[in-house]
Design a protein around this ligand. Structure first.
Ligand code: GCW
Length: 668
């Protein structure tokens, strides 16, 4: 039913296995929650709803509890464990208190307790034993954010799941219950911040009337541990402040932002800070005044510093004049390392170009040791089939996090760079461009929910595997039946490689339709900027295909450590990212480049077909509504995977002038 879709992974449907149900009921007879803050009220409500649903019986809240919940001071015996838990971590412990066997959920803060409660409910939802627990869990990354690319008119840039959740028209007086649900779902996976508006920002959000609306949302989110942040338009002092300049070194400009910060913090004392896209794709920025990104970021950082706010300054820049778009972010930002204030984070997209199905990690991630870097991922599938393709993104996230930058020798992974441990940064963060809107199931495609879920879990704990996260999500979203779990897991785990194969195998990139980025257009060559056109990226000609980024080409590879360069040159997954190779060159498989392209495109199509037949077997095991939705979407995906394969191979064949290999399905 539609309820199944709205409630995401917090469905709290009755535990099916009778033995398990009986054991849960035996160990949870009554609950005691200490504390009365708004967050502890949320804790009570969540435990009440969760346990009543899962155990199908009202659980009394009283003093004789077997489940005891509260901050550390409520449990003097556990005082020593406080130091393990930080400000957001929690402890779930099976122990004996006053001669009774109990389970304790505790933390240093109410927020930590809430995270612990969600974790405990997750154990039951995923049919784990709760008899003998000693779980300590502390997030590795401090800022775990969703970035909404939501415009004030509710149109979501690159949004494929309806319009914006934020109804600016009825805020601040009308508080849609969905705002609370949004906060709750985020908290359940550890997300603790939201940038409410698009990085292509409208200064109007910084006007008093809109700040009231933002404050109303902040009030709803606060009990769930979620802070709000805003995208700041760099030229706001001119647009809404009446100044004639936005020069970051101009005194009136600095004062204007200081005043604005004061005004914001008076309304929202825990306001998180600003996100800025500057001098990128036509957005205003400090370079318009001959200043650097550091000048701009520091000016804003100074404005929010007195209140504990931060600035997330994006490194997504590229210029049509650059020799290679790949290199630009590094060229502009690496020299600024060490020049930013302490409360500035530079926010770097996972790859050097733009959220492609597969990218090498951004070279900046190994090149700014003095600057805390915020890693930006994209949940909304701008270049990965948008709202209609089933693509589970955890394997993409993991590939990036596990990549080794060699910045300080072996094991200088992106994960360690981002969680601050490599360079001892106090600030650390992951931001994910949200894939949600006002569709009743939040993400349009049911499986989009898994990506929202996955980024929360991975931001909390980057050591979790894609498989573990998929399994947790499936069990909570669809149920615990073994066939269901194993089948859906198989589909999910194959899906990322599938989209790489049917769209951009072997390191092809950015060959999607110009502007909308949906569907194949490797022939695309009609936009005014070369670096917006697909032909710029694949460089196919009668000799071969691929972008030479070695010394004989743009030498973008030089932005990586020697060990990394070597890997990227050896790993055929990245072949056409870095080299222009002849059609006849033999690859490790024994096939030529041309044959391998045909093979990979076919493999992508075949994987989608296999996903379809796996799904067919689940009829009756899940509700008909979601079954049919996913089935129809998979049919679209299969059709479009074929479209991608056919379009790309027929186009590239005009250069390769080679026949299709005998054993593959031929495009027509
Ligand atoms: O890839 C581009 C998108 C733009 C987006 C931009 C960015 C918000 O196509 O829609 O603008 O990235 O990340 O700033």
């Amino acid at each position: 039913s539609s309820q199944d879709q709205y409630t995401l992974w917090l469905r709290y449907t009755p535990v099916k296995d009778p033995a398990l149900l009986a054991s849960y009921r035996r160990s949870i007879t009554a609950v005691a929650v200490t504390g009365s803050s708004p967050t502890m009220e949320v804790v009570r409500k969540e435990l009440g709803n969760g346990l009543n649903g899962l155990l199908e019986t009202p659980i009394p809240f009283n003093g004789n509890a077997s489940l005891m919940v509260g901050t550390i001071p409520s449990f003097p015996a556990l005082r020593d464990r406080s130091k393990e838990l930080g400000t957001e971590g929690f402890l779930i412990l099976s122990t004996v208190m006053n001669g009774r066997k109990v389970t304790v959920i505790t933390a240093n803060t109410d927020k930590g307790v809430l995270y612990g409660v969600f974790h405990f409910l997750r154990l039951i939802q995923t049919a784990q034993s709760i008899g003998d627990l000693n779980i300590v869990s502390v997030p590795r990354v401090k800022l775990r954010l969703l970035d909404h690319w939501d415009n004030l008119n509710r149109y979501v840039e690159r949004g494929y799941a309806g319009i914006s959740l934020w109804n600016w028209h009825t805020l601040p007086d009308y508080l849609d219950s969905r705002y609370t649900d949004y906060a709750r779902y985020n908290a359940s996976v550890g997300i603790n911040g939201a940038v409410l508006n698009n990085v292509n920002a409208n200064a109007v959000i910084l006007t008093p009337a809109y700040l009231q609306k933002v404050a109303a949302l902040a009030n709803v989110f606060r009990p769930y541990g979620i802070k709000v942040y805003l995208s700041a338009r760099f030229s706001a002092p001119m647009e809404i402040g009446g100044l004639h300049t936005a020069d970051p070194l101009n005194d009136s400009v600095r004062q204007w932002w200081q005043g604005k910060a004061k005004e914001i913090y008076a309304l929202i004392p825990d306001f998180g800070g600003f996100l800025v896209k500057a001098n990128s794709e036509g957005q205003p920025g400090p370079q318009s005044y001959g200043r650097t990104h550091a000048d701009g970021a520091n000016m804003l950082a100074d404005a929010v510093a007195p209140y504990g706010g931060i600035v997330m300054w994006r490194a997504f820049v590229y210029d049509p004049k650059a020799s290679d778009r790949f290199k630009q972010a590094y060229d502009e930002f690496q020299p600024l390392d060490g020049k930013f204030r302490e409360n500035v984070m530079v926010q770097v997209k996972n790859g050097p170009i733009d959220f492609q199905p597969r990218e090498p990690f951004s070279p900046l991630l190994g090149a700014m040791p003095h600057t805390p870097l915020m890693l930006e991922f994209q949940l909304t599938q701008e270049y990965l089939g948008q709202g209609t393709h089933l693509v589970y993104l955890a394997p993409l996230f993991k590939e990036v996090l596990n990549a080794d930058t060699y910045a300080q020798g072996k094991n200088s992974t992106v994960a360690r760079t981002i969680d601050g441990s490599l360079n001892n940064h106090a600030l650390s963060g992951i931001a994910a461009v949200a894939n949600i809107g006002n569709e009743r199931n939040w993400t349009g495609h049911t499986f989009g929910q898994a990506n929202w879920y996955a980024i929360g879990r991975l931001s909390w704990d980057n050591s979790l595997s894609s498989e573990q996260i998929a399994e947790e999500w499936i069990r909570q979203t669809f149920g615990n039946s073994p066939l269901l779990v194993s089948s859906i897991k198989r589909m999910m785990l194959a899906s990322h490689e599938a989209v790489v194969n049917y769209m951009t195998p072997l390191g092809l990139h950015h060959i999607m339709g110009n502007g909308h980025h949906y569907g194949p257009a490797p022939w695309g060559n009609d936009l005014p900027r070369a670096d917006w056109n697909p032909v710029y990226y694949h460089r196919a000609d009668t000799n071969g295909i691929g972008f030479d980024r070695t010394v004989t080409g743009t030498n973008a590879l030089l932005q990586y450590r020697p060990e990394v360069r070597k890997q990227f040159l050896e790993d055929e997954k990245y072949l056409l990212w870095f080299r222009h190779v002849s059609w006849g060159q033999r690859l490790r498989s024994g096939r030529t480049v041309w044959e391998e392209l045909c093979y990979k495109y076919n493999e992508g199509v075949d994987t989608v077909r296999a996903m379809q037949s796996t799904w067919e077997q689940l009829k009756g095991l899940i509700d008909e509504e979601r079954f049919q939705q996913v089935r129809m979407l998979l049919a679209i995906q299969a059709k479009e995977a074929t479209w991608w394969r056919n379009a790309c191979l027929l186009y590239f064949q005009t250069y390769s002038r080679l026949p299709f290999p005998a054993n593959y399905e031929k495009p027509d």
